[in-house]
Design a protein around this ligand. Structure first.
Ligand SMILES: *[C@@H]1O[C@H](CO)[C@@H](O)[C@H](O)[C@H]1NC(C)=O
Ligand SMILES: *[C@@H]1O[C@H](CO)[C@@H](O)[C@H](O)[C@H]1NC(C)=O
Ligand SMILES: *[C@@H]1O[C@H](CO)[C@@H](O)[C@H](O)[C@H]1NC(C)=O
Ligand SMILES: *[C@@H]1O[C@H](CO)[C@@H](O)[C@H](O)[C@H]1NC(C)=O
Ligand SMILES: *[C@@H]1O[C@H](CO)[C@@H](O)[C@H](O)[C@H]1NC(C)=O
Length: 508
């Protein structure tokens, strides 16, 4: 197996495994286009673009040095060695910086969940033994020592789910040099929750092991971390988040609310989850109009037609967009919500780090999983009868994506989570035997095609001008339940409106 070969090699002699995968990508399509297909974008949808490298298309072989230079700020250069020599990491790293913009603003509300995610180890701390307990299923171990990143790969995840996150952490260290404590963590890249709370209850229960994942679940102790797609998803031709969300927003603003189709839209891969197949039953037919336009994404056909059926503009044309989970959380959520349409959210089982701060009727409209068609129809009719209110919900959800989720916030979230986690570690982490040192050079220099383009675009070019936002305090006892209760009570309110509405309709 490939992992076996990987272990014994000295760090600088090899490039990260996953980057060797030749970039396979669509031929000419704007990489944004598919974003809106809301499709494959779920956890396990498998899709590989055919065709050649993106080299010719994007001409990304050259590092845009000019773009790395500006005024007197400290500028990071990407020092790629000649192809014949092994790529090494810089000897010296910036170990401190002084942000000029003070004071810091307070982080968004959703950062308070960091305290919740780490609460299980608050009294015990995190011991080496706890960390080691996930060794048999984690995909990799990541160690940060004096601002350098070392990774021991255990097994290969789907696509390059490991690489994206490692790249993100490497960039975080460039953004806040000298600010991240030494730490060791284990990362699991698959969709399903692992460390179930039920298994760590009772008088004889051991402490749960800390394990990082891309999404959380209230029945699990897994620690939620931003997923790879914030730095782009090369396999399916998606660029880094910040430019993507800007493009979606700009595009969607071109259509006036009144000109948007007064129906709920969803398009995606129905193969990955029963709840998606169930949703398809709500497709408008001549006999029964549930006010939806639902489409199954035909991937092979889309490919052969160059994604003409999935253009960005085509996907922000409706006043209402449906979000429904796939295998677990779906990466499609942030792209769907960026559309300036009111999102109809089928109540999720899984949570990613930012969705936990969203409130029904403020950022989205709640849909019950077991009553999808009627709930959606009501939501659409309510929205068509209350266009201003529906528009406000759509805009505030979309703004949450663009501003609440801007990359500075994503990095600040990682900063506070890793800082809090690092403080809990009770031992001194060491470089694991067989680990690879990762830095921007070893990752971006050998990368090809869209992998390389995404990395160059999302690379942190200077230390931050401003310090991280200040972390809001933990929820007080009862406050957390009250917050969850508030979400529930808004959803109940919507259900009461709906019941009254149908009752009235039936009388007429
Ligand atoms: C770039 O890397 C090479 C060797 O890896 C080193 O000799 C050189 O000093 C570096 N250049 C800069 C500008 O850091
Ligand atoms: C790479 O090789 C070329 C030609 O041999 C040389 O001109 C150039 O300076 C080298 N670049 C680095 C960074 O060593
Ligand atoms: C806990 O351990 C004690 C001693 O080993 C044992 O008697 C008891 O049954 C255990 N309790 C549970 C709930 O497993
Ligand atoms: C839903 O209905 C539309 C219009 O009749 C049709 O084009 C589409 O294929 C249907 N979607 C599914 C998933 O059957
Ligand atoms: C956690 O995930 C499971 C599926 O693994 C799901 O059935 C359950 O509803 C989720 N729990 C919560 C509280 O959402």
């Amino acid at each position: 197996m490939e992992e076996e070969k990987l272990h014994g090699l000295p760090s600088s002699k090899r490039t990260p495994r996953s980057l060797k995968v030749p970039a396979s990508a669509a031929v000419f399509v704007l990489f944004l286009i598919i974003v809106l297909s809301g499709c494959i974008i779920s956890g396990l949808d498998i899709f590989i673009f055919p065709g050649g490298s993106l080299r010719e298309v994007f001409n990304v072989n050259k590092i845009p040095e000019d773009s790395l230079r500006s005024s007197q700020k400290i500028e990071y250069l990407l020092n790629c060695t000649n192809a014949t020599k092994p790529q090494t990491c810089p000897i010296d790293y910036l170990t401190m910086f002084q942000p000029t913009d003070l004071p810091a603003r307070e982080c968004p509300e959703y950062f308070r969940w960091i305290h919740e995610d780490l609460r299980a180890w608050k009294s015990t701390g995190i011991t080496k033994e706890m960390v080691e307990r996930t060794r048999d299923f984690a995909h990799y171990r990541l160690v940060i020592l004096k601002g350098r990143v070392y990774v021991e790969h255990f097994r290969k995840p789907y696509q390059t789910r490991d690489v994206g996150t490692i790249w993100g952490i490497v960039q975080l260290l460039r953004l806040y040099p000298g600010k991240i404590p030494d730490l060791e963590l284990m990362f699991y890249c698959n969709d399903q929750p692992v460390i179930m709370k039920n298994d760590y209850q009772g008088p004889n229960a051991t402490s749960p092991p800390p394990l990082f994942r891309f999404c959380g679940n209230q029945s699990a102790f897994d620690i939620t971390f931003p997923d790879w797609s914030f730095w782009g998803w090369a396999e399916i031709n998606i660029g880094p988040w910040e430019s993507t969300v800007r493009a979606i927003r700009q595009n969607s603003e071109k259509i006036e609310w009144n000109d948007k189709v007064p129906y709920a839209y969803w398009k995606g891969n129905t193969g990955v989850a029963a709840t998606r197949r169930d949703l398809m039953k709500c497709n408008a037919t001549s006999g029964q109009d549930w006010k939806t336009h639902l489409y199954h994404q035909e991937w092979s056909r889309e490919v052969s037609q160059g994604f003409k059926q999935s253009k960005l503009e085509d996907q922000c044309t409706h006043r209402y967009k449906i979000y429904v989970e796939g295998e677990a959380w779906s990466v499609s959520e942030k792209y769907i919500m960026a559309c300036n349409s009111m999102t109809l959210m089928v109540k999720p089982d899984f949570l990613d780090f930012f969705t936990r701060g969203m409130i029904p009727l403020e950022h989205y409209w709640p849909i019950r999983p077991d009553n999808k068609c009627r709930d959606i129809k009501f939501a659409v009719e309510w929205g068509n009868n209350h266009p201003q209110e529906a528009q406000v919900i759509g805009e505030s959800g979309s703004k949450f994506m663009e501003e609440g989720l801007k990359m500075k916030n994503v990095y600040d979230y990682m900063f506070h989570l890793l800082s809090g986690y690092g403080k809990l570690i009770t031992y001194k982490p060491e470089i694991p035997p067989g680990a690879i040192e990762y830095c921007s050079e070893t990752m971006a220099c050998p990368a090809q095609g869209l992998f390389r383009k995404n990395m160059l675009e999302s690379m942190v070019k200077s230390p931050s001008d401003s310090p991280p936002c200040t972390l809001p305090p933990p929820y007080e006892l009862g406050e957390f339940q009250a917050f969850l209760g508030r979400k529930e009570s808004v959803s109940r309110q919507v259900e009461r409106w709906e019941a009254e509405y149908w009752e009235k309709m039936n009388k007429n």
